[in-house]
Design a protein around this ligand. Structure first.
Ligand code: FCB
Length: 467
């Protein structure tokens, strides 16, 4: 390692706090494969991916990175990189038996995984819901059915009963905005239903599920920390014109405050309730729900990729496919500057601003960057190396932005690269590579990309090394 000769105190240019959780993240459906193994039942993503036209080239998670069978090898990769923590998700359809009840074989898999992580000295950080709702529950209404929140709490209790003594931190949900607004609003994600009223209903039931799961986790795993991973965003108006400012207020309300306010302030934002009054009377919010949703959490997880630049759409232009309820007249503008392979803008100031905003508006609680990363069209070169300088630059710039937030007083405790492995990128199938480890999907051969070697050096130095 190049920094070995440097005295320890100078080893890192931007040093992160001692005990910082240097991590990487994945999600069950994106990497596991083995969709019919050991009693797993179909999820909404199996159904969605099998429906023609829903995913790029009809790709499915049937095989993915075959992590279900290759997890020991993958933990070996984590050890080589030096990860302190690994964020993975538990597949509800592995743990829930067909027809209801618990499938012990599903819990057995995650127990093997958690024990192997602990044996390797890596903290397990488990997400209970990363979008793979059991299809049987979708068949009774999915997240539009209030009962699903109760079923989620049962599932959380069962998982915590088995693993609660060994998992360091729980994330109840991953990005409920996506589950609600892409799954039930625009239909771009599973289960592919379209309708803004039902998307708002789903958002509430997801939040209720979060609150009930917090209760279940506290009861079954009193020693572990509980959090939620939100895809909160830095929403910026394209100009100071009142209509553009108002568009930014509305998108910020639906992307951020709709989720943050109930969790951290015990109430929905009044402006968003007023804006959406044409769609719903919000009667799906029952007495007592908000107290459940506002049960204290130990930390907040933030998934950050890019900021949003928004304004009023030109008169007469309607975005009929928008995931945002009442957002048909809002335009999303490209941010000037470089973009990733997803076409997402590269702007680390958004991460810094977001972290500072949480602290300002929601208080000084511990925060984790639970996802951050970039997709580029990586290839294994003739020398066997995967050169991904754009990803290294992206990660470096975002870690520097995170460091700025720490210097400004944000209690940032950890950072998880999205993703450990190349994987099934939802509707984009296998066409987008986010991993710091390359996966050859034909042979399942893994190759550490340059970014993985670079991240190993960052972790060893405790911060960003001199260039
Ligand atoms: C996030 C998801 C994650 C992955 C990244 C690129 O929204 O949580 O599963 O798809 O985006």
């Amino acid at each position: 390692m190049s920094t070995l000769a440097v005295p320890a105190a100078q080893a890192a240019e931007l040093r992160f706090p001692p005990g910082f959780w240097w991590g990487a993240a994945t999600a069950a459906y994106q990497i596991e494969g083995a969709v019919a193994a050991d009693g797993r039942t179909p999820s909404i993503w199996d159904t969605f991916a099998a429906t023609p036209g829903r995913t790029d080239r009809g790709d499915t998670g049937e095989r993915a990175a075959d992590h279900y069978h290759r997890y020991p090898e993958d933990i070996g990769l984590m050890t080589r990189i030096g990860l302190a923590a690994y964020r993975f998700s538990i597949a509800w359809p592995r743990v829930r038996a067909a027809g209801g009840g618990i499938n012990p074989a599903g819990l057995d898999f995650y127990e093997r995984l958690v024990d192997a992580l602990l044996a390797a000295g890596i903290r397990p950080v488990a997400t209970l819901y990363h979008w793979d709702l059991p299809q049987e529950l979708e068949d009774t209404g999915g997240w539009t059915n209030r009962d699903t929140a109760g079923r989620f709490a049962d599932y959380a209790a069962a998982v915590a009963g088995r693993l609660g003594d060994r998992v360091s931190m729980w994330n109840t949900l991953n990005e409920p905005w996506c589950s609600a607004f892409l799954g039930y609003g625009s239909g771009g994600h599973a289960p592919g239903r379209r309708g803004h009223r039902q998307a708002l209903t789903a958002a509430h039931h997801l939040l209720l599920a979060h609150g009930r799961a917090v209760q279940a986790l506290r009861a079954a795993a009193p020693g572990s920390q509980v959090s939620i991973a939100l895809n909160a965003g830095a929403v910026r108006p394209v100009s100071d014109a009142p209509a553009d400012l108002d568009a930014a207020r509305r998108i910020d309300g639906l992307l951020n405050r709709l989720f943050l306010d109930p969790i951290f302030r015990g109430g929905y934002p009044a402006d968003i309730q007023a804006d959406t009054a044409t769609l719903t009377d919000w009667s799906y919010v029952h007495d007592g729900d908000l107290a459940v949703i506002a049960a204290p959490v130990d930390a907040l997880g933030v998934n950050y990729y890019q900021p949003d630049l928004v304004g009023a759409a030109p008169a007469g232009r309607v975005d009929a496919g928008t995931p945002y309820p009442t957002g048909e007249d809002v335009a999303f503008h490209p941010t000037p500057g470089p973009t990733t392979g997803m076409g997402w803008s590269i702007d680390p100031t958004g991460l810094r601003d977001l972290l500072l905003r949480f602290r300002r508006d929601y208080g000084d609680l511990p925060v984790y960057v639970t996802e951050n990363g970039a997709s580029f069209p990586d290839e294994v070169g003739p020398d066997g190396r995967v050169a991904d300088p754009d990803r290294v630059a992206y990660l470096r710039a975002h870690l520097a932005a995170a460091h700025e937030a720490i210097a400004a007083g944000v209690d940032l405790r950890g950072y998880f690269v999205w993703s450990l492995l190349d994987n099934f990128e939802w509707a984009y199938g296998y066409s987008k590579r986010f991993g710091i480890v390359h996966v050859d999907y034909d042979t399942q051969v893994r190759t550490l990309k340059d970014s993985a070697h670079w991240y190993r050096d960052v972790i060893a130095a405790g911060g960003l090394p001199h260039r």
